[in-house]
Design a binder for this molecule. Structure first.
Ligand SMILES: [Zn+2]
Length: 241
């Protein structure tokens, strides 16, 4: 029997570390297989101007940083594609869908994880990948082209109770609390792994610190499950499968 398998799909190197990393670590630690697919090398980030890197040079640096994340989280497999950073929302959506679907088919996961509909930052690549994967999942559900996987988990943050968000995270998009189906409470070791994964991105230290992302995540990671509804919320993304 194959091990329980989760595939995380994000557009850019570091998307996996800005939140989901400690959940990935929990899964690999308990012997599950976790694969990560990143569609671009993330070379177009404005951080590159600070270092005077070309898009290609910045992409190379981020790929190296991501290799360190692979070690920290003990990923079973990692693929980094070289689609154009910033282009996913503007390319032929059928081509994007076919390529991603092919990969999902090859990995054959039980769960796929990507961004919620708002893409957290609202980056168009994040929105495009959400729409793409949701469509593939819905097709697989009807068993037309793809082998079905069981759950589509969407990484998110909850809408804060008072609408004023603290300055550094004011740009973060959130999900209404009633949309959230799973809240993973992190233990001390997992919180340290979040920090360790983020700090693999040497070129992003300023972003990590100015956004106070570690404080914002705190000790909880939130997911919506597409087409599933759990109240009370589940405590783990693999529960009830
Ligand atoms: Zn991103």
């Amino acid at each position: 029997m194959k091990a329980f398998r989760t595939l995380y799909i994000f557009p850019h190197p570091d998307d996996e570390s800005f939140g989901p990393a400690p959940v990935i670590y929990r899964q690999t630690k308990r012997g599950e297989e976790v694969f990560l697919l990143t569609l671009t090398r993330g070379g177009a980030t404005k951080v590159r101007f600070k270092y005077n890197y070309t898009i290609d040079e910045m992409g190379e640096v981020r790929v190296k940083e991501m290799e360190k994340v692979k070690q920290v989280l003990n990923l079973t497999g990692m693929d980094i594609w070289d689609m154009e950073d910033g282009s996913l929302a503007y390319m032929n959506p059928v081509d994007l869908e076919n390529r991603v679907a092919e990969h999902i088919k090859k990995i054959n996961p039980d769960i796929v994880v990507t961004y919620a509909v708002h893409g957290i930052s609202g980056h168009h690549d994040h929105l495009a990948i959400h729409a793409t994967i949701k469509r593939i999942f819905s097709e697989s559900d009807r068993n037309i082209k793809f082998p079905a996987w069981k759950r589509l988990a969407l990484f998110t943050f909850p809408k804060p109770e008072n609408s004023e968000q603290d300055g550094a995270m004011a740009h973060v998009r959130t999900s209404p609390v009633n949309m959230i189906d799973c809240v993973v409470e992190l233990n001390q070791e997992e919180k340290l792994k979040l920090r360790e994964a983020l700090y693999c991105y040497d070129t992003f230290v300023e972003v990590i610190e100015s956004t106070k992302v570690i404080d914002h995540i705190g000790d909880k990671v939130y997911f919506e499950f597409f087409n599933e509804d759990f109240k009370p919320v589940l405590k783990d993304i693999a529960d009830r499968l």
